[in-house]
Design a protein around this ligand. Structure first.
Ligand code: AMP
Length: 613
């Protein structure tokens, strides 16, 4: 889900910090937004301290509130809770579920059933999660209560961030994009979670009350064409370059993507600024109108930017060079975003990189209250008032089934305050929008506690990415292998732009395929070395032993044309994804035929590993 610099308006009420229902919290939020300008960081931090000190009680209260608000939901009525709201009964009566289990209910809502299916108050809006793993977006319920939890997360992390890096009423260059909202055949409104946040009246109101902190007008954020909006975001950033205090997006990928694009279009941007005329490739009328209000001929600025770009060495330090008053770069930078950190650091020069918060279309989980910690070491503190959280010990899953892929067993999750430092868990969430004991599919490690609330590190998606025989490799194993092999490329001053993987079973034995897009031409020798290094870097005993006896064939490295991963992004936009919510799938399954086709059509070279010959 989205993290962007959220405007500075204080919304917590200390006299009634946890309102009786999420609805009243939402109403309260909007009222506070209307009345209060200015942001009392210390009060937000005090509130955070209060709830984290009392995490167990707050969890009980949160569960009670969710169950009371939704007591009339058919789903809960059928489970026979009969008004019980304590965690013990909840666990006894309500099963752990996956998205697949809920699909019959979700499909009824999508088809127009406006009764209380999953929630007391019927769901009228759905979020489309990126569905990166399965290759097709998933629908999950959305409501105002989720918007409210979004604000709680944003304000908390903002308070901590702003304490360390005050931005003093500057502007944010936010690479944020709203996807299209559409109606399902049953009339339910659907869009990505980020889109649902942007389109919420509370969000618009917040924007208004602080005179929009983004450089870009709403028309650009809501523009119908991702590429045109990106171009205009860059242009707006340059126009307001002195005022830009932070550069952000939901996920780090979009920031890197934006500045890679800048490398291509910077001269066009300079021409637009010099002449005060928007490039004719921007065709969306509302975007043109909004931009024409901002764009005035400014040859001096155009010359300055031109000079700065010419003076850079391989675009190192581009962000602070363009935006002299920027304080930090912010977006989700952990998990599948880590591979982009190197490039982001290159663009950011000495600027701090701040990872945002941790959440999903299904709901928020944790907030980053230690903004000075580098993304590689970042943790997220779980907010006990935004949902009810359970944790399945990973050892239990692995011990019972031998792998972590098994969803049908009956694991025993522990509560938020019962987790142990150093242990890994799969997260289960209960949210105020109709998900009860929902297995999110993320694995986290507990790194410590803030008061009694755990500080967690995102580890990986729980499903195995690569498995053919007795081998087990996760997205993290793949990332480590790619990092090791790309060291060889770095020696030639080249880098992996993006990567993914696939299990090829078309011949016996099956083998791993790694797709790489590289930013230049590498020699045959180096690429052959990279391929062997990838193969050797999967150190899982199941893999190495299977490779030795040829139960798994030689790993194959397929190098794809420049721009292939952009095509994958474009394909995901056609499925309704928002540009800022895009995550490259790290493994492309056999059912994800379109993405597989894009990759295979763009292969320019392939190599087979000789590492086990
Ligand atoms: P979406 O499907 O677009 O809602 O994306 C949600 C998923 O993105 C989560 O389940 C995580 O796997 C991943 N994600 C979200 N926030 C973070 C984070 N801070 N660090 C790592 N991964 C994250």
């Amino acid at each position: 889900m989205l993290q962007f610099w959220f405007p500075v308006v204080f919304w917590f009420s200390l006299s009634n910090p946890i309102p009786a229902s999420f609805e009243s919290a939402f109403v309260l939020t909007v009222k506070m937004l209307e009345k209060v300008e200015g942001f009392d960081m210390e009060r937000v931090i005090e509130e955070f301290e209060r709830v984290t000190k009392d995490a167990e009680r707050i969890q009980r209260e949160t569960l009670k509130r969710i169950l009371e608000d939704n007591a009339s939901a058919e789903y809960l009525l059928n489970l026979g809770l009969n008004g019980r709201t304590d965690p013990e009964s909840f666990k006894a009566f309500v099963p752990l579920v996956t998205h697949q289990d809920l699909e019959p209910y979700i499909n009824r809502i999508l088809d127009g059933d406006d009764s209380s299916v999953l929630t007391g108050k019927p769901i009228t809006i759905m979020s489309l999660s990126s569905g990166t793993t399965q290759g097709k977006p998933k629908y999950v319920p959305w409501n105002d209560e989720l918007f409210d939890t979004t604000l709680q997360i944003y304000y908390t992390s903002f308070a901590f961030r702003n304490r360390e890096f005050p931005i003093n009423n500057g502007k944010a260059l936010g690479f944020i994009y709203s996807s299209k909202q559409f109606r399902t055949k049953g009339g339910v409104l659907a869009g990505t979670a980020t889109t649902n946040v942007f389109r919420n009246p509370g969000f618009r109101h917040t924007m208004k009350s602080i005179q929009s902190p983004f450089c870009s007008p709403e028309e650009v954020i809501f523009g119908a064409d991702f590429h045109q909006s990106l171009y205009c975001h860059l242009l707006c950033g340059l126009i307001f370059r002195e005022e830009v205090r932070l550069v952000s997006s939901t996920f780090a990928h979009s920031i890197v993507y934006a500045f890679r694009t800048f490398e291509q279009v910077w001269e066009e941007l300079c021409v637009d600024i010099k002449e005060g005329v928007l490039n004719s490739k921007i065709t969306v009328p509302s975007v043109r109108t909004a931009m024409s209000k901002l764009l005035k001929p400014d040859p001096e600025l155009a010359n300055l930017i031109h000079k700065k770009c010419m003076g850079l060495s391989n675009w190192y330090g581009l962000i602070p060079e363009l935006f002299p008053n920027v304080k930090y770069v912010q977006g989700i930078m952990t998990g599948s975003m880590e591979p982009y950190l190197k490039k982001l650091r290159h663009y950011a020069g000495e600027l701090p990189l701040l990872t945002s918060d941790y959440g999903s279309s299904e709901g928020w989980i944790g907030t980053n209250v230690k903004p000075t910690v580098p993304p590689e070491l970042a943790t997220y503190t779980v907010l006990p008032q935004i949902g009810y959280f359970e944790f399945i010990p990973l050892r239990e899953l692995e011990g019972a089934m031998g792998d972590t892929n098994f969803l049908c067993m009956d694991p025993k999750p522990v509560g938020l305050t019962d987790v142990k430092v150093g242990e890994e868990y799969e997260i289960v969430i209960t949210n105020p929008a109709g998900l009860y004991r929902y297995r999110l599919g993320d694995v986290v490690r507990v790194m410590g506690f803030h008061n009694s609330a755990p500080e967690i590190k995102f580890v990986r998606r729980s499903s195995l990415l690569l498995t053919i025989n007795i081998d087990k490799n996760t997205e993290q194993d793949l990332q480590l292998a790619v990092e090791a092999a790309s060291q060889l490329l770095a020696e030639e001053k080249l880098e992996v732009v993006d990567y993914t993987s696939h299990i090829d079973l078309s011949k016996d034995p099956g083998h791993y395929v790694i797709f790489w897009e590289i930013n230049g031409e590498a020699s045959e020798e180096v690429l052959g070395g990279c391929c062997n290094c990838l193969d050797k870097s999967f150190v899982d005993a199941g893999y190495t032993s299977s490779r030795k006896v040829n139960c798994i064939g030689a790993l194959e490295l397929r190098v794809v044309r420049r721009g292939t991963f952009q095509k994958i992004l474009e394909h995901s936009l056609t499925l309704g994804a928002a540009g800022s919510q895009f995550k490259t799938p790290r493994c492309v399954g056999p059912t994800n035929t379109k993405v597989l086709q894009i990759l295979n059509e763009n292969v320019v070279k392939n190599y087979l590993s000789t590492a086990f010959n």
